[in-house]
Design a binder for this molecule. Sequence first.
Ligand code: ADP
Length: 447
Amino acid sequence: MKLSVKAKVTLWFTALMGAVSGLALALLLLVSQSVVDSTAMETLSQTVRDSLSQVGEEQGSLSLSGEFSFYRDGVYLLVYSKEEALLAGQLPGFFTGVEEPFQNGLTRGVDTPQGHCYVLDFFVPFGWEDGVWVRGIIPAGGAAQTSRNVMTLGAVALPLLLVLAAAGGYAVARRAFRPLDQMAATASAIQEGSDLSARIPVGKGDNEFTRLAGTFNQMLTRLEGSFQAEEQFASDASHELRTPVSVILGACEYGEKYDETPEERRETLEMIHRQAKKMAKLIGQLLTMTRMEQGTQPLERERVALDGLVRDVTGEPAFAGEHIALELEPVTAEGDSQLLGRVLGNLLENALRYGHREGEAAEVTVKTWGERGDALLSVADKGPGIPEGEREKIWQRFYQVDPSRTGEEGAGLGLSMARQIARLHGGDLTLESGPWGSRFTLKLPRK
Ligand code: ADP
């Protein structure tokens, strides 16, 4: 059977209430019966003892003082002769025909055809020879009546109580579970409408539900953030790819129509080549970044001498003839030399491109050194530096401080990819910048 948690809680609660009140009722019955019983016996004993002084003898026959009463406080009083013949008093209806032997001073229960009663006898002696029995009888009907009352009360009150408990329990459970219902409703609304901007009302206080709602909302915020980033990324990437494609298309159309001399064709081809290279670079970066994100980028864990890596990369034709000073201490890191070479290449390109003042040649210094468990590499320039407000943003994909300065190359992906590579190695890439220039430092675990 499928039951909601609310129904289950209510059911348990009601069952528990039923058990507890049933137990309480039984206890009440037991206690009330014994209280009524002992009260009856107490009254009997008191009344009979009180009456003893009112019984006397006058000239050989029984004499009762004026205070003597045959029925007092529910107790029937009877006086019998020594031979157990009734001398005074009226035998109560329920006791007629009951043979109960006399016992001095002992209160006892006697079952009569019409119910239970208590009996107490005392022998009052007159002189040496003679005397009378005084017998008190009290019906125990009070106790039976009380238990009947309690039973009726229970029979009426218990179901009422259970209905009340069930209704109250369900109301409480419903109230308590309302945030959960809201959460489920919001979640399914998000699921159906795929609107990630919706949030669950958190409610007041600090309890399981508000915490759950808070966590849920945080998760939604993150989800929404990464969704937006994903969309932004896709739109930026297509935008960046469209530009070189349109330039290439334009150049092709123009060249087909108007290029006549080999010189003109060569120029057109060069332009196409540049744009195609830019596209190839961009696609390569996108692919590497996507693979790193998905964890499918193969990562070699080899010994990489950073000083050797710097010599190799700065010796590439792209950096020939540039002012690059080297201050290299031998240090070995663990990592993928190809990826690390791309990081260094990117930092060098940036330093040469952005790290100089108008009209001046770039002065770039590359250092390598070791520091405890870290292998470090820095690329410093003496350019204008990166403004304070931009220092965090340059790590974002496609972010460029001044896109016009980049010219045709680069799309703002270099630094974010470089940092991603550093972190994939268990290291980091950081920036210090000021009016003196900029310094990027790559930190890697030492081998
Ligand atoms: P790209 O070089 O393709 O524009 P990057 O991610 O490599 O993309 O760099 C992002 C931005 O950071 C650059 O556009 C540039 O504005 C800024 N930047 C990077 N390196 C330097 C540097 N050494 N000095 C000043 N600005 C820099």
